[in-house]
Design a protein around this ligand. Sequence first.
Ligand SMILES: NC(=O)c1ccc[n+]([C@@H]2O[C@H](COP(=O)([O-])OP(=O)(O)OC[C@H]3O[C@@H](n4cnc5c(N)ncnc54)[C@H](O)[C@@H]3O)[C@@H](O)[C@H]2O)c1
Length: 383
Amino acid sequence: MAKECNVALIGQQFMGRAHSNAYLKVPRFFDVPIEPVMHTIAARDGKSLEPFATRWGWRHWTTRWRDLAADDAIDLVDVSTPNDVHAEQAIAMLEAGKHVACEKPLAGTLDDARAMKAAAAKAKGKTFVWFNYRRCPAVALAHQLAREGRLGRVYHVRANYLQSWGGPDTPLLWRFEKKRAGSGAHGDLNAHIIDMARFILGDEITEVTGAIAETFIKKRAKLGGKRGAMGRSDVDDCVLFLARFRKGAVASFEATRLATGNQNANFIEINGEHGAIRFSFEDMNLLWYFDNRDDARTAGWRRIMCTSAGNHPYADAWWPDAHVIGYEHGFVNMAADMMRVLGRKKPVVPLPDFADAYETQRVLEAAMLAATNRAAVKLSEVK
Ligand SMILES: NC(=O)c1ccc[n+]([C@@H]2O[C@H](COP(=O)([O-])OP(=O)(O)OC[C@H]3O[C@@H](n4cnc5c(N)ncnc54)[C@H](O)[C@@H]3O)[C@@H](O)[C@H]2O)c1
């Protein structure tokens, strides 16, 4: 019988549901050396916690997240709360000897992220960051193809993450408050595509050569306030930037919540001397691959359905060919890899820890500095 890992999860809304589902499904679909046990769910709203715990199968619930640190039964704490509390919660749990999984971005600020990285370096527990798109089979395959040299020298990275839910009618959620979120579309969406680019290329950004950050909608309706009361939205609605990678690739990134006509269009294309890949999350089961060494008469983009057991990452755990998977499967795949790592086995593809996610946070910071100062920023200046 597999060993067990008692998990506590902080946060019970969007990511709370995605992660609860992941822990629930892992032992059903994967043979892992350690199985997650849904021990305790923690969040702020006591009224909805009990029904949430019952629905998802959490054994205990609490509104006092700090109590998790003192509970010796808990092995892994999963931080799925707004960005301003990641550092406080993650560091407290690392100091208590727990493994910690934290949602992305690692933190709202570079200072918080640095403190988290330092705490992780001293801790005995392992750390994980939920950059879930790495675990879409198509993105994991792109990583493997790039590692095998199928792209050759990389010239271009073109990544954008386009959403449209942040129009003037959207109220002042925590995601629009700098003190809670750190940034807007930038930390929320650019964080994902920076991570995907770093992951697929196996290379680091050395310079942000220029950036634009714009807040189009500066006032939004206050939540729970008097009817008509407005508050200041002080985060970016979009950030666009250009960057250089160490091995020479040039890159463009764009994240926005105001891309009318796009809902969750997370897109990356990478062009190299031998080949190219293209991924678009709204067709997440597909990887597009172009082999530049094909006979010119038959060359063209190959549409790869990444569902072939034994051939594609994570496909063994799921359904027969082309019985497609969805958003939640990336989280289940990630939870399975976390259990593998805790059981001293290799993940299917590398998992980001706090030190890794800190590198993405440095790029976020460099891009924001470049936008504010209207100047290039070298990553060596962002420590
Ligand atoms: N990986 C992804 O694709 C993805 C998608 C969405 C959000 N996220 C990230 O997940 C995190 C949470 O986002 P969300 O969309 O789930 O937010 P949410 O607003 O839907 O849920 C936040 C939860 O945190 C709880 N909470 C808030 N402050 C708390 C505190 N001080 N102590 C304890 N609990 C507290 C709330 O009660 C709520 O249950 C953010 O860091 C966000 O960037 C990641």
